[in-house]
Design a binder for this molecule. Sequence first.
Ligand SMILES: C[S@@+](CC[C@H](N)C(=O)[O-])C[C@H]1O[C@@H](n2cnc3c(N)ncnc32)[C@H](O)[C@@H]1O
Length: 222
Amino acid sequence: MKISILTLFPEMFDGFKNSSIIKRAIDKNILDIEVINIRDFSTLNNKQVDDTPYGGGAGMVMRVDIVYDAIESVRTPESKVYLMSPAGKVFNQGIAKELSSFKHLILVCGHYEGIDDRITNFIDGEISIGDYILTGGELASMVITDAVTRLVDGVITKESLDDESFNDDLLDYPTFTRPFEFKGYKVPDVLISGHHENINKWRMEERIKRTEERRPDLKDNK
Ligand SMILES: C[S@@+](CC[C@H](N)C(=O)[O-])C[C@H]1O[C@@H](n2cnc3c(N)ncnc32)[C@H](O)[C@@H]1O
């Protein structure tokens, strides 16, 4: 899978591309991340990319023509283009799964007051990572890239994905490791019983209990 990220701040992705699961997926040639500097597509003085909003108001707006040229420089017939936007569909595991099935994602990061709205005529959708305002779309594109990458075949084992939270509208079960006792808190006995059937039963009960207590809304996602 290839992910092209269009941004005014390419340096923000240096650490991201060189750490953890993303780095491993790149090293294994399962993932290719290309970071494109939108500013390279400006032909204006001082490589300007934004301008004042029509109708007045605060801040600067990124120009549609420059962002369009940046998108077209990487678009292929297999590309799906998504704009990072607080007005978009709120990202979740279902969207991550859908995106992981595409060969090429183009994630466009806005900045300042956002991008001239006419850009929506040239993209496949807008995605928000939650109901808050970030300074730019860079962190949103990293969140999406991370969540999508771990679902791509070969990146992590299928077993690791199976019981994960949100996979089946249930949260994951609680996990424990050594020491067996810490400041009076012990690991549940069933986990050291060696009885796999009982362990699986306990884990499923915990998943249901946690979901009912913490995220009863997940049931309604079905
Ligand atoms: C400061 S924000 C613009 C906010 C915009 N004026 C508004 O009130 O909706 C600049 C850029 O950050 C990104 N961004 C901000 N919050 C986001 C969110 N919750 N999800 C995804 N992208 C976000 C978008 O790309 C946006 O164009």
